[in-house]
Design a protein around this ligand. Sequence first.
Ligand code: 4AD
Ligand code: MG
Length: 458
Amino acid sequence: MATPSPTLASSIGDMPVARICEIGQFDGQRVQVRGWLANRRSKGKLHFLQVRDGSGIIQAVMFKGDVDEATFVQADHLLQETSLIVAGTVRKDERAASGYEIACDALLVVSAARAEYPISPKQHGVAFLMDHRHLWLRSRRQHAILRVRARIVKAIRDFFDSNGYVLVDTPIFTPNACEGTSTLFETDYHDEKAYLSQSGQLYSEATAMALGKVYTFGPTFRAEKSKTRRHLTEFWMCEPEAAFLQLEGVVDLAEDMTCAIAAAVLQDCGAELDTIDTIRSEAEEDRQLKPRREALAQVRKPFVRMDYATAIAKLQELGSDIQFGDDLGADDETTLTRLFETPIFVQRYPAEIKAFYMKRDPNDPVRSLSVDMLAPEGYGEVIGGGQREDDYDTLLAMIDKHGLPRSAFEWYLDLRRFGSVPHGGFGIGLERTVAWMCGLPHVRETIAFPRLMDRLRP
Ligand code: 4AD
Ligand code: MG
């Protein structure tokens, strides 16, 4: 087949390029659509070409009498994912998803697929699809998920930008741990040990003392050694932090932000949610999820607020052998969230099971001023945060107790030496939020190229 022409316009004509999502604006006009062949079938003197351009999919109908013989024969041999340009007249078609089809009168193959496309409409196993992730992304369900993800990112940023928070990026190479030493990725930094950031929080505490209200939003890394449906080794987290923000304020902020995200997705991604709902694997159907529009409409204030001790008592009542002092496991979180329609804030976990920087509860030193937000329908922890230890001596004692090297935390201790104030914030995990809002069983589909314990490729 011919090699692609560098001057696409001149070889097909210079009619306007229409994006499929805007095709209605071109009703009755002759346009060109540039994209890839998603599917093809033929019937007598007609070829039906399904063309995808990234913004949507449209059928180009090629009638034998409208094109020259060579073009008609060529169209009969196109392989899936051949890149091409089709030209023709836009006309209404009630049956089409876009509402239109193209009466195709010209075809330019940009680059013919060199082999049969490996991903066919039949069901493939997850391992196969993950190995072909770079191609799998071309399918409708994956488009929808990535669009929802992008919308969630924008909703989070819009929320903080419009509430007086300043975006301050935090480093990825760090000399110290933030979230415990068992999940650190170590790297060689010019003959010194460095770690990939587990969280930007400690740095955001510093910038909050400088700017008052800040947030950081970037990739974070954890050498998670377990394969679960909620753990990636590289994930994105948004972490707001504010001076003078105490536990209750942290919870209010998380609640408002979560409502803003759900509202934005509902408003702008209804079609994507419907697509995801209609393309579900059997495993997902087993979980009896709500249609996503319905699920997101229920993300309304007030969310349930529950003390850690109450959560333990409830779980025990339901037959769990969990004890006061234990962390909530994934199963416990699932059980709890099935009791309510809205997300749940579990507050004041025992200090023993939380990070070194958590502030002790002044009324009960066994507890910390911490909070996790658990998403409904079994999704579990999506947000973790709380109030930070602002007392110099207590913080120093905690650094020692956790066996952390004082020298690496001198700068952090400075924040308590110079004008320490009560402060707090939280981290929202982007992938877990996308999984919940899209109703996905596993975080691996929420990011274009997931990094998991056993997956570094493609
Ligand atoms: O609860 P975590 O560990 O909290 C922190 O990192 C705090 N420093 C945040 C803060 O207060 N600024 O992580 C926060 C959230 C979790 O609730 C979860 O949504 C997500 O980050 N998360 C992960 N997501 C995917 N894969 C992993 N391995 C994750 N670990 C945490
Ligand atoms: Mg947590």
